[in-house]
Design a protein around this ligand. Structure first.
Ligand code: ADP
Length: 254
């Protein structure tokens, strides 16, 4: 697939953020993982979350995505493609958050989210089927995404029969096939060599931000972060540094 590797970001004046976190607080015993953290993420933005181990990156990602609930504070999700109003994610119960995650969010983690017993196409189709799409309708849509991500001919392989980079492409297809408004990635290239990492990152950015959607990614790799519009650095559960707050016409790549 031809990669469009430049992603100029033009936030429209007055457009509401797709995610707004306010005063997010989360503690584990005496450890404060998030300390009254506030953050707005714009539609179409790619955001890298960096910081030392233990600074709260995963807790922030999981809280924004409705996987974990904060002790206090709020996460407002405004789906630009929905006619419904904003949703206060932190206030939803487990089943409502689970529905929201399945329908509106995509997840690409370092490993482990694909089902090894299923083929590539079944893994992608599964994301649709758990949203109520029939197998017969889901398989062609899954095949289309696999083809778009350069995996034509590999549909029937099980995950263990794919390289690390190919498996991550399947993960990206699975995260996008539902039309995810926001994709959350946690070290998505952490297990890959640098050439494959760069290729998978191109594909991830194109499949999300390249389609006008939003990407929120935890990474420890400055080269990966440099590919995002904006980089925040966490320390002790707070944003210590917020670089690259987008300006109209700014070029995303270094
Ligand atoms: P990072 O992703 O930056 O490494 P985390 O968000 O995983 O940081 O963790 C932030 C802090 O919260 C760390 O001190 C970590 O040990 C603690 N923490 C995170 N999750 C748990 C948990 N489930 N139980 C206890 N402590 C946790």
């Amino acid at each position: 697939m031809q990669q469009n590797t430049s992603h100029p970001f033009h936030p429209s004046a007055g457009t509401a953020p797709v995610l707004s976190a306010r005063d997010l607080t989360r503690s584990f015993g005496s450890t404060t993982a998030l300390d009254r953290l506030g953050l707005d993420i714009q539609v179409g933005e790619s955001l890298a979350i960096m910081g030392p181990s233990g600074s709260g990156k995963s807790t922030l990602l999981h809280t924004l995505a409705g996987i974990e609930r904060p002790d206090a504070g709020s996460v407002l999700f405004r789906d630009p493609s929905a006619s419904t109003g904003p949703v206060e994610i932190a206030a939803l119960g487990e089943s409502a958050r689970s529905r929201l995650r399945r329908g509106s969010f995509g997840f690409v983690f370092q490993a482990g989210l694909l089902i090894p017993e299923l083929t590539a196409i079944e893994n992608v189709a599964m994301a649709l089927m758990i949203n109520g799409v029939s197998r017969a309708a889901a398989l062609p849509r899954a095949a289309e995404w696999l083809r778009a991500l350069g995996l034509a001919g590999m549909e029937e392989r099980r995950i263990g029969q794919l390289s690390g980079g190919q498996a991550q492409r399947v993960a990206i297809a699975r995260a996008q096939v539902t039309g995810a408004t926001v994709t959350f990635a946690d070290e998505p290239t952490g297990a890959l060599d640098s050439a494959t990492s760069s290729e998978v990152l191109d594909i991830l950015i194109d499949a999300t931000v390249g389609r006008g959607n939003t990407l929120v990614m935890v990474t420890h790799d400055p080269q990966v972060a440099a590919r995002c519009h904006r980089v925040i650095h966490l320390l002790d559960g707070r944003i210590q540094h917020d670089a690259g707050v987008p300006t109209p016409g700014a070029e995303a790549r270094s």
